[in-house]
Design a protein around this ligand. Structure first.
Ligand SMILES: Nc1nc2c(ncn2[C@@H]2O[C@H](COP(=O)(O)OP(=O)(O)O)[C@@H](O)[C@H]2O)c(=O)[nH]1
Ligand SMILES: [Mg+2]
Length: 254
């Protein structure tokens, strides 16, 4: 656990718990929850879906869970009576588009597909126009995996963000970095670099059902002030959950 928190955050937890002088195990857990609440982001954890159309952009490293989460969110929003359009903008590989299309079909929502090799920013721009034309009120955009060390791919993501803002006449949209709970503190390095590239409004913590506990998000929230807004809790379409920081802290220290 301490490894996931990182040394600075772990020290802060130890000091914070000591100062509360817990006498029982339950009091110690309550103290951990209180310390976590003090360092984690206070921004709202609900998705802001007020735009016209509302947009949710997913990005992150390969295999983090972007496409799966986009499919789950499409399904959830459709169930809630929204009219999502999925935009398959992982144009880096043909399989990237196919995977998003398969999830959109599972979710029962329409999709707008980039062609293999197309400029993802243009695909997303066109997707927003398509959503307006068809009366779809939420755009869910999937993108190719990229590493924080791949300069050109990071620049491409920066451009995607700028084009998204332009397509939306500067209305806010959800810009979500998807993190794999299994990656531990490596995620902090990813989050720092992505956050410099595109205005980030939230995090998704995927694979929270795995043996990994994802404690690194506490350090990420503390340093960057971006809240985890969604958690992936399995591979099925309904395996998406809101993120409850207190429950999360209890589960990682239990
Ligand atoms: N157990 C579990 N597996 C997940 C979750 N989210 C994604 N995965 C799996 O992680 C792998 C990569 O997911 P994918 O969405 O393709 O990642 P992407 O490369 O970021 O688009 C797939 O095998 C998914 O089934 C989750 O919340 N829990
Ligand atoms: Mg993908």
């Amino acid at each position: 656990m301490a490894a996931d928190l990182g040394p600075a955050m772990a020290a802060q937890f130890v000091a914070g718990v000591r100062s509360r002088a817990p006498r029982t195990r339950d009091e110690a857990i309550d103290a951990l929850v209180a310390v976590a609440a003090g360092v984690m982001s206070k921004k709202p954890r609900e998705l802001n879906l007020t735009g016209n159309p509302a947009c949710i952009l997913f990005y992150g490293v390969n295999g983090a869970g972007k496409t799966t989460t986009a499919g789950k969110v499409a399904f959830r929003l459709r169930e809630q009576g929204r009219k999502p359009l999925v935009v398959a903008a992982d144009t880096y590989r043909a399989a990237g588009i196919d995977q998003m299309v398969a999830w959109a079909e599972r979710a029962g929502v329409p999709h707008f597909d980039g062609s293999s090799g197309a400029d993802p920013a243009s695909v997303i721009y066109d997707g927003v126009q398509m959503a307006r034309k068809r009366g779809q009120d939420v755009v869910i955009a999937d993108t190719a995996g990229r590493l924080q060390t791949q300069r050109n791919l990071l620049e491409e993501l920066g451009k995607i963000g700028r084009v998204m803002s332009k397509a939306l006449d500067d209305q806010p949209y959800e810009s979500l970095l998807v993190l794999d709970a299994v990656l531990g503190l490596t995620s902090l390095v990813h989050a720092r670099e992505f956050n410099k590239t595109i205005p980030m409004t939230g995090l998704v913590l995927a694979k929270l059902d795995s043996t990994a506990k994802g404690g690194a998000v506490i350090a990420i929230e503390s340093e960057l002030d971006v809240p985890v807004k969604l958690a992936g809790v399995g591979e099925a379409i309904e395996d998406l959950s809101p993120f409850d920081p207190a429950a999360f802290v209890r589960s990682i220290f239990a």
